[in-house]
Structures are given as C-alpha cells and as structure tokens.
Design a protein around this ligand. Structure first.
Ligand code: KG4
Ligand code: ZN
Length: 353
C-alpha cells in the first residue's frame, strides 16, 4: 500500500487513541524548534534554538544565513526534544511541520526533515499553517480553552483578527492593509538606533518613557476592522527626522512609550469591536508581538470594561516554537485534516487560514 493510503488508515486509528504523541517542527524564520506534545495540550519538551544572536550583527534576519543555521541545528534540536520528553522515536504517533508561510529556504529545512522522519517511522505527516500554529499556542497555555473565540494575531509578518469557529475553522474579519505590527516595532527600533530584534527592545525602553507624543498620521482604517501600520511607522520616522532637522534632541523612551500606546489603542478597539459584534466573550492573542506585556495588559484592561476575557500564552509560546505546531497538528489530525503526502513542499505565502 502507498504511504498516503496507509496513513489514512493510521489517522483513523489515532483518532480513537487516548494518548496521541505529536512531534512538532518549526523552522519558518529564525528559530529552529522541535517539541513533543501529548493530545495537543501537554508539552513534554519544547526545544528552541534561536538565531537572534547570529542575525543581530546584520540588523535583521538574513534568509540564506537562517537556512544554513537551521540545517546545522535541526538534528541536535530533534535529539534534545526526544531526550527531554523521555521518549524514543518509535513512540511518536505523528509528525507535524510548518509548511508556510515563511522564508522559503528556512521552511524547506523543517519540511525535508519532517518528511524523512515521517517516512522512516511510517507515521502520518501533518502540514501546519504557521498562523494556525500561533493560535494553537493558547490551547497549551489555557487547558480549558475551547472555540469559539476571537483571535488577534500579531506577529512579524501578520496582523489579523479571526473568529475561531472550531479547532480548524477560522473566519478572517480584519487584517493589516500594509505592514505587519511586528515590522512597525522593528522599524521604530531601527530608526531610534535600538537595533534587532526591535519588539522586545522597544517594550523595555518604553517602561522608562511617557506617553506624551502625538504622532500625526492619516488613518484610512478608522471605521473598519482592518489595520494600517505603515502610516504609524512613517509618522514615527517623520517625527524623528523633523526633530533632527530642527537640531532638537528626541527622547527615545517617550517615542517607544507613545508608539506602544498608539498601537495598543488601535488593536484593542478593533478586536473588542469584532468580539462584541460576533457575540463572543473571549479574546486570545497570538504571535511574537503578543509577548509584549504592555500590549497584553492594555487590551485586557480595555476588554474587561466590556466583560470580555483576554488570554495570551507566555513568552516562549508567543514567539515561534514547535509546541504550537504540534498542538495544531494534533487538532488537524483529530479533524481528519492536514494529512500530507511525502511530496509536501514548503510555501513562502499561503492563504491565512
Ligand atoms: O511570531 P514571530 O516570532 O515570527 C513571525 O511569525 O513573524 O514574531 C516576530 C515578531 C518580531 O517583529 C519581533 O520584534 C516581535 O515579534 N516581538 C515583539 C516582542 N517580542 C517579539 N514585539 C513587541 N514586543 C515584544 N516583547
Ligand atoms: Zn511566527
């Protein structure tokens, strides 16, 4: 019997099993991560090899450098993930892997590794959409969480509002029309000389600043659930360059603090509006930018005024990690979705969910 045919049968068996062990592989950007997760929620190991130190010297992620470092790291990361989980390769029931969206060369490393492993172990290969993976991190963080809920996906490449209708079905309600929020954080950091990675550095410096700057911008998304971060980013750049051309000193901490307040207000107002309009009571945050505690606390306080609950995973589960991919792979498997053949290929761009 061919691999795919055999795996269709295997998925049916796994759907009846009490304990399903999924190995999740993530390599879409600058983190090589492999995790072992039981039944989508219990993390036995979550190994993350970050390339941040390598890319810092270039001021941002260099795709070719990222791919090479994934190749160097992936076997060790895999071995550590099994060791920490206390399992053998033969205990793995399925292999889940991010196949898109992301840096194509980086994705290929994880996808090739996952295909070889699934073939060698003769277990199902589950193709996972990176954004769905980020949302699933919340199932690990909150064991009681069940759909439906509203999701605010804020990462280096995405800013979107989704209604999670079930574990595998999502409805896109709003998204950025230009830059992602993470790009805006990274750009603001660069303009004021904080360097890469911008988000955590902006968050830290903002703690020392005041919300006392009004950035002038055009707001074309005022009445919709869409976002525009390009305008906000440009407003910060203009503020800095105007001040410099007048020979004035700028206060970087105040810039960070005011920028964060502006984006927090924007995110909170839209996601709360979407949640109320859809009759939901829970908002979950997902993606690297949700590691920002100021944004989380701001959105939480605003949402609580309307009786809405806000959840976000802890920092390691917000940024790219294999555990979220294993969790998402598990729910795909249970829904009979995502089963891939051994000709699975990586995709730089895929539809959101
Ligand atoms: O989800 P992620 O790890 O990768 C993508 O899927 O894009 O997100 C990376 C983004 C970067 O733009 C980084 O600056 C941002 O998440 N980020 C943060 C924080 N930690 C990471 N942004 C704001 N505050 C943070 N604490
Ligand atoms: Zn990500």
């Amino acid at each position: 019997m061919e691999y795919l045919e055999r795996m269709r049968e295997r998925v049916k068996e796994l759907q009846k099993k009490d304990k399903v062990i999924v190995l999740g592989i993530e390599s879409s950007c600058d983190e090589t991560s492999i995790s072992v997760v039981v039944n989508g929620r219990e993390v036995l190991s979550n190994i993350v090899a970050s390339q941040i130190d390598i890319h810092t010297r270039f001021g941002g992620v260099v795709p070719e450098v990222a791919s090479r470092n994934h190749i160097q790291a992936i076997t060790n990361v895999y071995e550590l993930a099994l060791k920490e989980a206390g399992i053998k390769a033969q205990d793995i029931d399925a292999v889940a892997v991010t196949y898109g969206a992301g840096l194509i060369g980086a994705l290929f490393v994880g996808v090739s590794f996952a295909k070889s492993l699934a073939y060698a172990l003769d277990v199902p290969l589950i193709a996972v959409n990176h954004i769905k993976g980020h949302i699933s991190a919340n199932y690990i963080a909150d064991k009681e969480l069940e759909p439906p809920f509203m999701c605010l996906v804020i990462s280096g490449a995405h800013t979107s509002i989704f209604k999670a209708e079930s574990y595998t079905e999502f409805k896109l309600l709003g998204q950025t029309l230009d830059d992602a929020i993470g790009e805006a954080f990274d750009k603001v950091a660069r303009v004021i000389g904080l360097g890469y990675p911008g988000g955590p550095k902006v968050e830290k410096l903002a703690l020392e600043g005041k919300n006392n700057i009004i950035f002038k911008r055009q707001n074309s998304t005022k009445d919709s659930l869409n976002f525009s971060f390009s305008g906000i980013k440009t407003a910060v750049i203009n503020y800095v360059s105007n001040a410099k051309s007048r020979g004035e000193e700028v206060n970087n901490a105040d810039i960070c603090c005011s920028f964060q307040h502006l984006v927090a207000k924007e995110l909170a107002s839209k996601v709360i509006k979407a949640t109320k309009e859809n009759g939901l009571d829970k908002i979950v945050l997902a993606g690297g930018v949700s590691a920002n505690r100021f944004l989380y606390n701001y959105i939480k306080e605003e949402a609580e005024k309307d009786g809405l609950q806000v959840l976000a995973p802890n920092s390691i589960l917000c940024t790219d990690n294999g555990a979220m991919i294993a969790s998402c792979g598990y729910y795909s498997l249970m829904a009979g979705e995502g089963l891939a053949d051994l000709n699975l290929t990586a995709k730089a761009n895929i539809a959101y969910v």
